[in-house]
Design a protein around this ligand. Structure first.
Ligand code: ZN
Ligand code: ZN
Length: 326
C-alpha cells in the first residue's frame, strides 16, 4: 500500500469511527433518560393553539426537517402578532416617566423595569460613563423612525445610533406570515442539537415565536438597549414580534397536578412549560437543554427565568423549521 492509499484508509476508518465515538460518549444516564422518554411518547396537540392565531388550517404532512429526515409534521402558519396582550411599550419617552411607560431589561438573571430613572442611571448601572441615553431636556433618545430603527437594529449598529434606545413599532413592520413545521412525535436524541441560524426555538400558543437569547453583547457594545415589553417581546425589522422571555402574559394551560402551566411547544415538538409552578417553585433536575421527564408530560422543557435571556438551552429532539415570508 502506498502512502496515498494508506492516508485514504486512515481517513475512511476515522469517518466510520467518529460517529461511534460520539455515540459512546453519551452517558449511561443519558441513555436511560432517552429510553424512558421514548417509551412515554407524548404527541403535539394542535388544538392547544389559539385558533385566532392561525392563518388557515393546521396541516398534517410529511416534511423534511432540520437533519434532512422526513417525518410527519404539523404545519402552522401565523401572523406572529399576540392576541391576548398589547405589544409594547418598550422605551419611556422621558427620564421622569414611571414604569407604565416602558418595558423590561435583563442583567445577570434579574429583570429590571425600564422606567425613566432606570434610563437616566444607565452609566451607573453598567459602571461605564459612556452611557447617556437622554438629552439635557430630559427626553430619551429613542429610534423614532423606521429608518433609525433599522440602522440601530443591525448587528453592526450605525454609529449615529450609539447611545439610543432601540425600539421598533408595529406600524413599521411589514406584515409577515411565519410557518412552523413541528414533528408530530418528538424523539429524544442522545446528543442535544444547537439552535439553528434562522432564529426561533419554539412557539407560544398565540403563534408568536420564542427566540434564542438576545445578542446582549452586541447591543450593549454600541451603548444601546433594545427593551422587551412586559410580555418579554420586541420587534425585529425582518422577523417581526418575538419573545426572549416567558413572563406569563400569554395563554397558559394549567396542569391538574399542580405542575407549572404549559406555555407552548419547542420546535422539536417537546412541550414547553413555565419556569415556576403556582407555588413559586422552579422545576429541578433540568438537563443541559432545560428539560426533564415525568410520566404525565413525557420529556418537556421549562422556560428559564425571565431574567436569564434563555428560554430553552438546546434542543433535546430534532427541531423542525421556522420560515418567515412577506
Ligand atoms: Zn429580539
Ligand atoms: Zn416539569
Amino acid at each position: 500500500m502506498n502512502d496515498q492509499s494508506r492516508r485514504w484508509v486512515l481517513l475512511i476508518a476515522l469517518a466510520v469511527m467518529l460517529p461511534m465515538v460520539s455515540c459512546s460518549r453519551a452517558s449511561e444516564e443519558t441513555r436511560r433518560a432517552a429510553d424512558q422518554a421514548n417509551a412515554h411518547p407524548v404527541q403535539v396537540d394542535p388544538t392547544f393553539f389559539m385558533t385566532e392565531a392561525l392563518v388557515g388550517e393546521v396541516l398534517t404532512e410529511e416534511r423534511t426537517i432540520s437533519d434532512g429526515s422526513r417525518v410527519m409534521c404539523y404545519v402552522y402558519q401565523t401572523r406572529s402578532v399576540p392576541i391576548e396582550h398589547e405589544m409594547g411599550p418598550w422605551s419611556p419617552g422621558r427620564i421622569d416617566d414611571d414604569k407604565e411607560a416602558g418595558g423590561i431589561w435583563l442583567r445577570d438573571g434579574q429583570v429590571y423595569d425600564v422606567d425613566g430613572p432606570f434610563v437616566r442611571n444607565m452609566a451607573e448601572f453598567y459602571d461605564d460613563p459612556e452611557w447617556k441615553l437622554y438629552r439635557d431636556d430630559g427626553t430619551i433618545k429613542v429610534t423614532d423612525t423606521k429608518e433609525a430603527f433599522e440602522a440601530a437594529a443591525r448587528p453592526d449598529v450605525d454609529p449615529k445610533y450609539h447611545n439610543h434606545m432601540v425600539e421598533g413599532r408595529p406600524e413599521w413592520i411589514e406584515p409577515t406570515i411565519t410557518t412552523y413545521i413541528i414533528p408530530v412525535q418528538p424523539i429524544y436524541n442522545l446528543s442535544p442539537a444547537p439552535f439553528g441560524r434562522g432564529g426561533g426555538i419554539g412557539v407560544a400558543f398565540n403563534g408568536v415565536n420564542f427566540d434564542p437569547p438576545a445578542p446582549l453583547h452586541a447591543i450593549l457594545g454600541a451603548h444601546t438597549i433594545a427593551p422587551f415589553d412586559d410580555a418579554g417581546g420586541h420587534l425585529n425589522p425582518h422577523a417581526g414580534y418575538h419573545y426572549h422571555a416567558a413572563t406569563g402574559k400569554t395563554k397558559q394551560i394549567e396542569q391538574p397536578d399542580g405542575h407549572a402551566p404549559m406555555i407552548g411547544y419547542a420546535l422539536d415538538g417537546f412541550g414547553l412549560y413555565a419556569h415556576m409552578d403556582g407555588q413559586g417553585h422552579a422545576a429541578d433536575g433540568l438537563d443541559e437543554c432545560g428539560g426533564h421527564f415525568d410520566e404525565t408530560r413525557g420529556y418537556h422543557y421549562h422556560a428559564g427565568s425571565p431574567g436569564s435571556n434563555q428560554i430553552i438551552r438546546a434542543f433535546r429532539g430534532t427541531p423542525g423549521l421556522i420560515t418567515t415570508e412577506d
